[in-house]
Design a protein around this ligand. Sequence first.
Ligand code: HEC
Ligand code: HEC
Length: 435
Amino acid sequence: MRNDIRSLAAPRASTEIVRLGPNKGEQMRKISTLTIVAWMAVSVWVLLPAVVGTQSGATDAPAGFDGVTNGFVDQTTHDADADVFAEQEGVDEGLGPVYNAQSCGECHQNPLMGSSSQITEQRAGRLVNGVFVSHRGDSLIHSRATFASIQERIQPGNTVRSFRTSLSILGDGFVEAIANSTLEELADDQARNTNGAIRGQTINVPLGEVPNATRVGRFGHKNQQASLLSFAGDAYLNEMGITTPMFPVENTSNGTFVGFGTAFDPLPEPEDDGEDLEIFARFMRATKVPPREASLVNNATVRQGEQLFDDIGCDICHTRRIVTAPAGTLINGGALRVHASLGNKIIRPFGDFLLHDIGTGDGIVQNGGNSTRNKVRTAPLWGVRTRNRLMHDGLSFTFNEAIQRHQGEAGFVTNRFNNLSSSQRDAIVAYLTSL
Ligand code: HEC
Ligand code: HEC
């Protein structure tokens, strides 16, 4: 069962050569269009010298569940940063008044510091004339408080609710180093190659570190953040209740002010001077990407599942291969240069970092506007073997259940999956357990 949809449109030479692949279909197409490519080569090189040049030198990002730095900082610094990421905060350091957990590491830890966990969060709001309106206070409903009397809970009328699973941050420095244009081209190619059946959406989201600047979002289930420093600031405030110069306003309890000056919060804002955010971002940027399960990579069933995964089109969204921007590229609104350890690296995230409507959307809007209400970022499948509660809400118990929930844009791929023999379906599941 070959991937017919993909061959509907001609590949765009620059994009295909620079960004995507390798996959069998594209390779074959490349050979058949060799002559065209040959005469186009001159103009392609003229148009895109930097991109083509760097692509040729791209090397694999280091992978490992081993806590070893990817080279962004030295090991001593990385170990010290990991300790700060894992550090439990108390009320005297700004924790609360409403919060979800006491340290980044509490939710990002399985199987090692930085990855994910079973911890979920609650979000809620309501729909008014087709438009999402956040819950009073904010759509994030904190599950803990430093005083019982200010415990948040979903108020009547807020019928749009969702759980959100904790996501891994391992390898996210490479994800941050993907150029906006790479994600935009990926979305364009996807729509063209599937005749619009699958059309990932990019959104431009604000950057905490540069006022008025935006960037293509890539972090969080809704792509609500584009930089790791911004996400760190967002998380310090929203997960732990610790304010910083980037996010100086304390959360409310269901809309009621409980910050400094009330009986609930002893510390004035900002509770942290922002130094911790730099450490969190540095820690995340220095992590290696999740590795494949070495003992399964060459297993015959796994290899069969790998081929079927591509043949039926799972890889259209669960993208195999992305190349980061060249070292030295200015990103994050000019606030960061891509470091040598992160630039021009090949990553295999099995995700496109784009938003899709596959029928699982939780109805919540964060930074993407109302059109993203029912869209969710493709879950990157690197490291998915460490998760036993799947999808954004953690409500799918098995890989097969997760696949069956793929409808909407992914509906035709799910149909192909269901038309496979049971041993072929098992092979795809075996493949997932190797990722
Ligand atoms: C209560 C659990 C919890 C705590 C504590 C927590 N996180 Fe998270 N983290 C999550 C969840 C849940 C998500 C997914 C949120 C979403 O998109 O809805 C997430 C997502 C992220 C992401 C996006 C990862 C990606 O690849 O998309 C980053 C980065 C991150 N957290 C960093 C941090 C940092 C830094 C801290 C500490 C300041 C922290 N988190 C504390 C639960 C937590
Ligand atoms: C149209 C794009 C698209 C296609 C095609 C697609 N997926 Fe997904 N996949 C997604 C999105 C989006 C999510 C996240 C959905 C959510 O959390 O609600 C996801 C989530 C998953 C998850 C859950 C991962 C986790 O961490 O919870 C698995 C497993 C998965 N997909 C496997 C597959 C397989 C296998 C196929 C092919 C049979 C496939 N997907 C095809 C977009 C796609």
